[in-house]
Design a protein around this ligand. Structure first.
Ligand code: C8R
Length: 263
């Protein structure tokens, strides 16, 4: 495959860099600091784009490192109030429908860097123009690709900054189990919570409204998560199909039995 100036670019199995990445990153950054969280109005969006592109452009997309992203993450980080952090795994749509309507909780995508990068794909290429718009490595091709390294690092930073009571929204309808210790939630966030700052985790275990209900709060993988947290001196509660969240599932499935006021 030829790059825009005719030179050869590497070929991968994942989708390539999002078109108009530069404009999207800048646009999202300005919209975040002006509309979503004006307390951050002094962040330098132009510098954020520069550090973002410095992290991956002209680099081989299988050798991304934490050092590549550190300047970006240092500049992009900001304060997150206690008791608001909401983690998730395999509930991406539902959790964001909920946080968009409820200001009591913040996911990583409700912070500046998560908001900028959500849904985007990017990777570099050693030859000109330094960005591969054709394809990017999947996780199965190489673990240390620019997207994975970014999300792991941003997730670690998000977990480290949590305090008070935190929440996690898990999916009880998936086959692999609601809690998987190889997910980013299981492998990065749980282990980077600071027990001197975080006293409690509330688990919201959501099932797809039409089922299947593969796991409840007494399930095997939930018990593993409870053990890990309790051994770290973080107390745990778990609620099946937390009603305030279930109501968002009901919005798109109002006739289902569990959506009736008096079931
Ligand atoms: N987090 C991780 N990955 C994220 C992300 C995020 O906020 N936002 C996006 N778009 N992604 P999953 P998980 C992308 O298996 O592994 C944080 C990444 O490409 O459902 O447990 C967040 O704070 C990533 O590979 O969940 C949350 O608490 C998948 O989506 C966990 O980590 C992750 O999809 C979720 O990570």
């Amino acid at each position: 495959v030829k790059g825009t100036n005719g030179s050869e670019v590497l070929q991968w199995k994942g989708k390539g860099t999002t078109e108009h990445l530069h404009e999207i990153v800048l646009g999202r950054c300005y919209s975040f600091i002006t509309a979503v969280n004006p307390e951050l109005r002094d962040k330098d969006c132009f510098k954020i784009w520069e550090l973002f592109q410095d992290a991956f452009m002209y680099k081989h997309p299988c050798s991304a490192t934490e050092d590549d992203y550190r300047p970006l993450l240092d500049l992009g980080r900001h304060y997150i109030p206690c008791n608001k952090s909401l983690f998730w795994s395999k509930t991406k749509d539902l959790v964001h429908r909920y946080t968009q309507a409820n200001n009591d909780f913040l996911t990583l995508e409700d912070t500046l860097l998560g908001y900028i990068a959500d849904g985007l794909s990017w990777c570099g290429d050693p030859s000109s123009p330094g960005i591969n718009y054709e394809s990017c490595p999947k996780w199965s091709e190489c673990e240390n690709n620019p997207n994975s390294v970014f999300w792991k690092m941003a997730s670690k930073m998000f977990a480290e900054s949590a305090c008070g009571t935190v929440q996690v929204m898990l999916n009880g309808s998936i086959e692999a189990g609601a809690f998987r210790n190889n997910s980013i939630f299981g492998s990065v966030e749980v282990v980077n919570l600071n027990p001197t700052k975080v006293s409690k985790m509330q688990i919201w275990l959501m099932n797809d409204i039409a089922g299947p209900e593969r796991e409840t709060c007494s399930g095997h993988s939930i018990n593993i998560l409870k053990d890990i947290l309790e051994s770290r001196k973080i107390s745990v509660t778990c609620e099946d199909n937390f009603r305030p969240v279930q109501l968002f599932q009901c919005a798109s499935n109002p006739d289902h039995a569990s959506c009736k006021a008096c079931p």
